[in-house]
Design a protein. Structure first.
Length: 444
């Protein structure tokens, strides 16, 4: 072959290759084909949630607690200090509506007046009764003395007269002794009457005093130094001026300990089984995008709940924030990445590469030279973007992110270990079922 022929052949080959790649590139661009390589490395199963900062420990500012005894079960907050204000111990925090309680206090004060009047009346009655009894005793005693004198003066009288005077003396002495006994009984009766009305008076007076002191608690003061943070009701709305609080839990506001914070978040029922106490969490703050915090899961609720304006069941997850930061404030929104699993040196691809057939076969479109192969794969855990491949692909294999046109009718290249042992749709593992709910796979 001459040098000229060699140059011509090389030029033709180069032109063919250039034309092929240009054609392939244009064809791929026209069909929307995008290739990505199968990657190997560390794989994190991260569950991303939005949470809200709270103090791990806080002091409750509470209103009156004993008003349930007076059949008052809700109290309205008339006005309250602004949220975020720093207060000292004993500073004013809120005023509560005491109109219902004031009516009951007025009734109790009237009852106290009646008890006082009854005590005074009983005291006067017993005094008068005992004075009359004492006067009767004195008169009876004088009567006995008179009968004695008459008997002494009748010693020279006929025996019948003397006998009659003796009988009169004995009758007088007997009447006097009976009066003495009756006086003792009346005295004991009157003592018990006074004890009864005195006990009733003390009871009503103590109730009135306690109600008066309870009335003072409708003006709520700070129990400690700190920053006032509003609490939230059952629907998640802050309790502030105009809100009503239940007397079974009369928390008006809180004084949080800002040196130790937690993030409360909610996880759907699909992902909650992956979360366990102790898992690390990367925490971000919406208010400070550049600030990165770390923490760990400390509690996962055992019972789900339905949040307002949502039909899905969710589980509360508590995340403890490591360290302290002066910038952290309660109610700040956090973005939490819970690391539910971490795998080393595994193959993974984007979730968009996966497709399914008859709910039993998962496959990808793999580029192999000039050909496109529908390759079956076995998947493992997944996160929000990628999925781990257990079998079917190798490092640096290239797969399509979208469906290449004209490949729909191709047969799937099955894995040897799965050939003849195809699982039924109901036999999927928990991971595959979770993946099916996380990623919507088109049917072929």
């Amino acid at each position: 072959m001459t040098k000229k022929q060699l140059l011509i052949g090389t030029g033709v080959l180069a032109a063919v290759l250039v034309a092929y790649f240009l054609f392939k590139r244009d064809g791929d661009a026209e069909s929307g084909r995008i290739l990505t390589e199968v990657k190997m490395g560390e794989f994190k199963v991260e569950i991303e949630t939005t949470g809200e900062l709270e103090a791990k420990n806080s002091v409750n500012i509470i209103g009156p607690t004993a008003v349930q005894n007076f059949r008052i079960y809700e109290i309205t907050i008339l006005n309250i200090v602004e949220e975020g204000v720093v207060v000292k111990k004993g500073d004013w925090v809120a005023n509560l509506d005491r109109s219902d309680f004031q009516g009951k206090l007025s009734d109790k004060l009237i009852e106290l007046e009646k008890a006082n009047s009854k005590y005074t009346q009983t005291q006067l009655d017993t005094t008068l009764t005992m004075r009359q009894s004492r006067d009767e005793l004195i008169n009876l005693k004088y009567g006995v003395e008179e009968k004695k004198i008459v008997l002494e003066q009748s010693k020279f009288e006929p025996p019948a007269t003397i006998k009659q005077n003796q009988i009169e003396l004995e009758k007088a002495e007997r009447a006097y002794q009976q009066a003495v006994e009756n006086y003792k009984i009346k005295k004991n009766q009157n003592i018990e009457k006074m004890r009864e009305v005195s006990a009733e008076l003390r009871k009503v007076k103590n109730e009135a005093d306690n109600m008066s002191k309870l009335g003072e608690s409708f003006t709520v003061l700070a129990p400690e130094d700190g920053m006032v943070i509003y609490t939230k009701d059952w629907s998640g709305r802050p309790i502030k001026g105009g809100s009503r609080i239940g007397t079974w839990d009369p928390v008006v506001a809180k004084l949080p300990d800002l040196t130790s914070m937690i993030s409360k978040t909610y996880v759907n029922e699909v992902d909650v089984r992956k979360i366990k106490p102790g898992q690390p969490v990367d925490v971000g703050l919406d208010a400070y995008p550049d600030k990165k915090l770390s923490g760990k899961v400390v509690r996962v609720a055992n019972v789900g709940e339905q949040r307002p304006n949502s039909d899905a069941k969710v589980f509360e997850v508590t995340i403890e924030i490591f360290g302290s930061d002066a910038a952290l404030r309660p109610a700040m929104t956090t973005s939490n990445k819970i690391v539910a699993n971490r795998l080393d040196s595994v193959l993974y691809i984007p979730l968009e590469c996966l497709h399914s057939q008859s709910d039993t076969i998962t496959y990808v479109y793999k580029s192999e030279g000039l050909n496109i192969i529908k390759q079956e794969v076995i998947v493992d855990v997944a996160n929000a973007n990628d999925v781990v491949i257990k079998a079917g692909l190798s490092t640096n294999d290239k797969v399509y992110l979208s469906n290449p046109s004209g490949q729909e009718n191709k047969s799937v290249v099955l894995l040897p270990e799965m050939n003849g042992k195809r699982k039924k749709p109901d036999d999927k593992s928990d991971e595959q079922k979770a993946l099916a709910t996380q990623v919507s796979l088109p049917k072929q």
